[in-house]
Design a protein around this ligand. Structure first.
Ligand code: ATP
Ligand code: MG
Ligand code: MG
Length: 353
């Protein structure tokens, strides 16, 4: 990709001394490799080193991560003001590409877990959301789609003046808008309807994932924790209401995995989902008949219901609309309104950052 080569000068990287990074502990494992907390003997500070698996496909994808992130860091956020992780260095080591990042804190999933999955106070949801949006504005400006936004890929920053903050990490699945290669992207719970359905995608898919994250930060559990893609889609339809627009369904590659064509739009077929549509989602029986060889999908015991009910009456605090404090009630209304702009089925109507 000629736009990006500028930012990767592999010649620079072979001059590192052997003992610069001393591994202290493992911070995380992902699909692409392992991340270690290391002492950097040259700068006398801690860094996080991502050691990519030593297979060619991972190596190539990691070069993409390095390219996109150095472009974001150097060209679009030179003063480190937009909540995107800083890449410090990269070098090959025994056929592994290693990428060095500034050392950050826990990821947001770990934070939610520490809070017994009961959700964060609204003030933190608001602060973190604003900062993630700041990062998304920069990414959109650079034409970069993250493709894997989820709580695990948002990290708490070490406290500066005791103000809470976050940064977006893991550009290992990112790509340039208009140069999309892969169709199987995003983590399932945070996968946008257009990706599920196999339709051309844009930076709007990150806004869908962002909506899922904001809701999860408040309620403490994933918004669409589907055990399969069908399960995710049927949860979306149930919780958000509505369904993807007909023209998207008509053109998407995977529509028939999930929907049944019920003829052209005519008054009277609103019966399906209460919508005027030429499509309706398959029933569970139809899916089971289709996948009869597959094992039954395990159910998550998560309260299903409309988005506003989920936000107002999520069970962990045993609150309902009636006994929410007046100020929090207003905030909840605003939060539901905000979420509706994000978990919008139509990518063209979905809010941009
Ligand atoms: P995925 O499976 O999500 O694609 P990955 O293999 O691409 O993961 P990362 O998401 O980059 O790897 O890192 C994995 C985990 O390591 C993160 O979720 C985080 O907990 C930890 N980690 C990554 N970078 C840092 C950092 N700079 N500071 C502290 N911890 C980090
Ligand atoms: Mg990750
Ligand atoms: Mg990744």
């Amino acid at each position: 990709n000629s736009d990006l080569i500028l930012y990767v000068n592999l010649e620079l990287v072979n001059k590192k001394s052997d003992r610069r990074y001393i591994v202290e502990e493992m911070l995380g494992q992902g699909t692409f490799g392992q991340v270690a907390k290391c002492w950097d003997a040259e700068t006398n500070s801690y860094v996080a080193v991502k050691v990519i698996k030593n297979q060619p496909a991972f190596y190539q994808q990691a070069i993409m991560e390095v390219s996109l992130l150095s472009m974001l860091n150097e060209k679009f956020d030179p003063d480190d003001q937009h909540h995107i992780v800083r890449m410090l260095d990269f070098f090959p080591w025994k056929n592994h590409l290693c990428i060095t990042f500034e050392m950050l804190g826990h990821n947001l999933y770990e934070l939610l877990k520490k809070n017994n999955l009961r959700g964060l106070q609204l003030q933190f949801v608001r602060t973190f959301s604003r900062q993630i949006l700041d990062a998304l504005i920069v990414m959109k400006g650079a034409g970069i789609i993250h493709c894997d936004l989820k709580p695990e890929n948002i990290l708490i920053t070490p406290k500066v003046n005791s103000a809470a903050g976050v940064k977006v990490i893991d550009f290992g699945s990112a790509c340039m808008e208009g140069k999309t290669i892969y169709s199987y992207i995003q983590s399932r719970y945070y996968r946008s309807p257009e990706v599920l359905l196999g339709y051309p995608y844009t930076t709007a898919i990150d806004m869908w994932s962002f909506g899922c994250i904001v809701a999860e930060l408040y309620i403490g559990l994933p918004l669409f924790p589907g055990a399969s893609e069908y399960d995710v889609l049927s949860r979306m339809i149930e919780i958000v209401g509505g369904q993807p627009p007909d023209d998207l369904l008509r053109e998407a590659k995977n529509t028939r995995k999930f929907f049944k064509h019920v003829g052209s739009i005519y008054p009277g077929n609103e019966a399906h989902n209460g919508l005027r549509s030429s499509y309706r989602i398959l029933t569970e029986d139809e899916v089971e008949a289709r996948d009869s060889k597959k094992p039954k999908i395990g159910k998550w015991y998560f309260p299903r219901g409309r988005l506003d009910r989920l936000i107002f009456a999520y069970p962990w605090k045993n609150l309902n609309e009636g006994n929410l404090p007046e100020t929090e009630k207003e905030d909840c209304l605003a939060l539901v309104d905000f979420l509706r702009g994000l978990v919008e089925f139509d990518p063209n109507k979905r809010w941009s950052p």
